[in-house]
Every structure is written in C-alpha cells, then in structure tokens.
Design a protein around this ligand. Structure first.
Ligand SMILES: [Zn+2]
Length: 327
C-alpha cells in the first residue's frame, strides 16, 4: 500500500500502556493488590487470583470454545449488540507475545507495529476513510461525522464495557469509536495467515463500516430486530451486518484503488484476510467443526464476496445485505 500522500487523521486516541499493563498497580511489600479496570466492577484482586482466573479463562476457552469474557459481557461488549467485533473467537487466538522477528517475506509488506510506524499507518488509513466517506456523505447532502480510533494495549474501557485485546478490534456504537490493539496485526499474520498492509487496512475499514451503519441508523434498527428474534435469526441478522461492513470496506478499497494507494497483490491480501476471519474457518480452527447457525460474521466465501461487491459497488445500495436472499 502507498499511503505517503494520505494525510494522517487527527482522530487517534492513543491509550496504549494505560490498559492491561498500565492498570496493574502493585505496591511493593505486603499487600500485593492488582487493580484491573473491570468496567465498574471495581475492587482489586490478588495476583494469584488473577493468575488462576486467567488460566481458567484460557482453559475454558481452549477446551470448550467458550469465551467467558463474551459471556460476562453478555455478547455485549457492545450493549447495543452489533458492531462488536469478536473477530477471534478461536481458542488458539489469544494475544500472547507475538514475537514477530521474521521478515515479511513474499513481497508482502506488513506494518511494523513495534514502533510508531504502526500508529502512523493506522492514522493514515483512518484519514483515507475520512476522505472517502466524507465525499460519499457530501454527495448525499450530509456531513460525515468522523469516528475516533483508540489504540490500546491489553485492556480498554469503552462505552460498551471493558474489552481485551484477544477479542480483536471492535467498534463501539455508544461512543462512536473504533478500538484496536496493534498486536492484532501480529496475530493476523502469525496465527491467521493473513499478512499484508492492505489486509491490516481492511480491518480498520471494516470497523469504520460499522460506524457508517451506526450513523445511518442501520445499526439501531438491526439491534431492535435482533432483540425480538430467536437465536438463529439474531445470528443471521448479525451476519448481514458484518457482511455489509465488509462491503462498505470494499467501497473504501475501491477509492483506495482510485487514489493509487494499491500495489500489486493488495486486493488479494485483503480477500485472504476476509477469508481468514470467516466463521467457518475460525470455528474449524478452534473447535474442529462448523455450526452454521452460530455464525455471526459470515463464512469465508461470503466475506470475500461482499468485500469484492463493495470494490465494484456503484452506490451504497449495492451493499444492501438485508434485502437479498443471496447472502
Ligand atoms: Zn464487524
């Protein structure tokens, strides 16, 4: 990707170091208390309790494929439901110390997230989404209200509750912010087999897609419908939301192409990433089998297809995933 000509966005909130690591307060000597920001739960836990909880959490996640944090948050990292990005439900996808010293190889550029090149990259990608969506909204006679993007490490507080890195990037409709721990990019490359800077940019564009759904009122309507629906229907609505966000990311990608940001292989990178985070692929990886009714984001094939649809879209309506039988 070529982002040199893209103006970095001013809407970056850098909260790295304030989350997981920064939240720990261990005074020397006696009372070793660790305070973890727990979204209003308050209270401190002893270090051993924390370690036991963490071990139990990952054991349950690994063995049963149940993400307790999702359960605790009631699927409601975002209380309003959609927009929540549990992109990494797999038991093997927690963020560990992704030790990425290997070269990028294969001509694929992956942004170095260990330096502030990561921040600069994200700021430029966000800047490009502002430019693209600003224009689309202007054409509709509206003003685009830009989202903020929060960089965090470990844990983060949002209007949607407390989130941790392992859940992957997400958008919170309540505060109109996109949240991302840049270590997710290492996971994409090392654990999901989805390297590449355009793949990384697609992730941001997808979250911005959820922002678009939010400010257009789509998110609200879908949330209302989901509350009245049974589980299978509710999941289906979630899939439609996610595929629409992929399609909206495609519209951004189309503009990226027009602005000469794309290099050879970039589109393939993003399509590969879309496939890598398909529900079927992730479920197979984490539990060995696929339960279609439980899909919340769409299959690999669907995610690729809707991103592609966005790349070729002529109008926003081309991304209407709600009134089609051909999901
Ligand atoms: Zn999403």
């Amino acid at each position: 990707m070529r982002l040199d000509n893209e103006k970095p966005s001013d809407n970056i909130e850098d909260r790295r170091g304030q989350g997981g690591g920064g939240g720990f307060n261990i005074p020397g000597g006696g009372g070793r208390r660790v305070n973890i920001p727990m979204g209003g739960r308050g209270g401190g836990f002893s270090v051993s309790t924390i370690i036991l909880l963490v071990i139990a959490y990952f054991a349950i996640k690994l063995i049963f494929g149940i993400d307790l944090l999702q359960v605790i948050n009631g699927g409601g990292l975002a209380p309003t439901g959609q927009g929540t990005e549990i992109t990494l439900p797999g038991g093997d996808t927690q963020v560990t110390n992704a030790d990425d010293t290997a070269g990028t190889g294969g001509g694929v550029t992956t942004t170095d997230v260990t330096t502030d090149a990561g921040r600069d990259f994200v700021a430029r990608v966000l800047g490009s989404t502002e430019r693209v969506w600003g224009k689309v909204f202007q054409d509709m006679g509206k003003t685009y209200e830009q989202p903020k993007l929060v960089l965090f490490s470990g844990f983060v507080q949002s209007a949607c509750g407390t989130a941790q890195s392992a859940m992957g990037p997400f958008y919170c409709p309540g505060d109109h912010k996109v949240y991302i721990d840049l270590s997710f990019y290492q996971d994409m490359k090392n654990k999901l087999g989805a390297p590449g800077d355009f793949a990384q940019a697609y992730v941001i564009a997808h979250e911005v897609g959820h922002h678009i759904q939010n400010i257009l009122g789509i998110a609200d309507k879908v949330q209302q419908a989901r509350m009245r629906a049974d589980d299978a229907t509710s999941n289906q609505l979630s899939v439609r939301m996610e595929l629409q966000a992929d399609c909206l990311a495609g519209i951004w990608g189309q503009e990226a192409g027009a602005a000469n940001m794309l290099e050879q292989g970039d589109i393939e990178e993003a399509l590969n990433a879309a496939a890598a985070i398909g529900d079927d692929r992730l479920q197979k990886k984490s539990q060995g089998y696929v339960v279609e009714d439980s899909f919340t984001h769409g299959s690999s094939e669907q995610r690729m297809r809707w991103f592609k649809r966005g790349l070729e879209a002529r109008a926003l309506g081309d991304c209407d995933t709600f009134s089609t039988d051909q999901l």
